[in-house]
Design a protein around this ligand. Structure first.
Ligand SMILES: [Fe+2]
Ligand SMILES: [Fe+2]
Length: 219
């Protein structure tokens, strides 16, 4: 299989998985049922921070220059998302002085991602799969914000954050299309993407619903 066919197949596999999600599933999974705008924005701060830290840490140890560019851009964007979300929380009356998004430690997904060593695994798990999950989660969050009348938070996501997450995913896809060219590399990339889907907090509700992609054991 050539790399373009391989990536298209991975995208299809993810889309099939996402199609099984109920309209607030990612939000309920992520917040353990506490679906409200402030809780979800606070959780988003942790996701943005972890995404930025990972992209930054990978950038210096990923040799291919296209991958470095994707990771460097992502590192900066995610930290800007962190700042925008913080500002919105303050507007909503939250006091973030002394707030530490990582007070409970990093997520299981972050721990897994930190261990990835090859470019195709990092890009498949990070920009490609994690950013696809972010887009699904954010789309559900936007719908939820509109339902509860918070159009300003919805607009922040629709106008700024969501298009940038889509761009990160696209960059990841392009890097994979360039480098996932052999069966061995494709196997590494597919396993990293599937493990990411299996571990992500946002997809926890799917575990009970699915067999197939979601029960692939985590190494
Ligand atoms: Fe982000
Ligand atoms: Fe992103």
């Amino acid at each position: 299989m050539n790399s373009h066919e391989f990536v298209a197949q991975l995208v299809e596999e993810m889309d099939r998985l996402f199609a099984q999600l109920g309209e607030t599933d990612t939000l309920e999974s992520e917040s353990e049922g506490k679906v409200d705008v402030v809780t979800l924005l606070r959780l988003a701060l942790k996701s943005e921070l972890e995404a930025s830290e990972l992209a930054g840490s990978w950038m210096s140890t990923t040799p291919e220059v296209e991958a470095k560019m994707a990771l460097a851009a992502q590192c900066g964007d995610e930290m800007r998302h962190y700042a925008l979300i913080s500002d919105r929380l303050v507007e909503l009356g939250q006091d973030l002085s002394g707030f530490d998004a990582l007070a409970d430690g990093h997520s299981p997904l972050y721990q897994y991602l930190r261990g990835l060593r090859t470019t195709v695994e990092r890009i498949a798990a990070g920009p490609f799969a994690s950013e696809a999950i972010a887009q699904i989660r954010n789309a559900q969050f936007v719908n939820f914000c509109r339902q509860v009348g918070d159009s300003k938070t919805a607009d922040l996501y629709v106008d700024i954050i969501q298009p940038e997450e889509a761009h990160h995913h696209l960059l990841g896809r392009q890097v994979l299309e360039k480098y996932a060219t052999t069966p061995e590399l494709q196997e590494l990339a597919a396993a990293a993407a599937r493990n990411t889907l299996a571990i992500a907090d946002e997809l926890r509700n799917l575990a009970a619903k699915t067999t197939g992609v979601h029960n692939i054991p985590v190494s």
